[in-house]
Write a protein that binds this ligand. Sequence first.
Ligand code: COA
Length: 213
Amino acid sequence: MTAAGRTTPPTARRADVRSRLRSTGPVVIRPADGDDLEGVVAVGRAAWRETHATLYSPELIELFLDKWWTAGANAPAIRSGRTIVADRDGEIVGMASYGVTDGRFVVWKVYVHPDAQCSGIGGRLLEAVEERAAGHDAVYLTFTDGNTRAESFARTRGFVHDGREQQNGLPDVLWMRRGLGEAAPEVSATDVSATDVPATDVPSATEDGDDRP
Ligand SMILES: CC(C)(COP(=O)(O)OP(=O)(O)OC[C@H]1O[C@@H](n2cnc3c(N)ncnc32)[C@H](O)[C@@H]1OP(=O)(O)O)[C@@H](O)C(=O)NCCC(=O)NCCS
């Protein structure tokens, strides 16, 4: 039972326990489908927990995992075609999701399994999302203040500070922005074989709601 009085769903708990990756082959970046739901949740829970361990109390981490990293919380963005996955030998090693909120094209999530980070997967996921931002003048990215890896990742890719939101005594939420008229900076080569499925069926720029973190 968590601080919120809710029980972590068994599927998500199993996915948390299975924290080591089995796959080693080339990574394919492609739109998610319904069969990816468990893998998306597993990657998000592993990466979210590790990333926020020094930013939130253990109780709050469980609360946020139960709020944002469940099958129910991630199914709508998969169903509506707003989730991209990194698939290595059939195992989901990274995910990104996006949507249009208040007229802004927002990358709500970019999460790579801790065992698969720093090999170019996050960069490829972000590029795949940006391909889907046609018609928008900028892409926005949001993360918790103190998440230095996310900030460095964003700055290296041309994002600049755009604003911050206070959260009742918790660390602020930072917003960064990259204008799409501006060329994306070159980022160093990766050791991951690149197979990226291009954007063919881009969801229309309607309002999708808030889908953080
Ligand atoms: C931020 C995050 C998505 C980056 O994913 P990643 O797969 O590690 O990203 P990349 O490998 O493309 O790039 C990460 C770094 O690895 C380096 N790198 C990339 N390929 C490399 C390689 N082959 N060898 C060594 N380093 C490499 C890059 O230079 C890059 O450094 P930089 O970000 O300071 O520019 C990942 O750390 C993560 O999931 N964090 C937790 C979730 C989070 O905070 N998400 C952001 C907010 S939504």
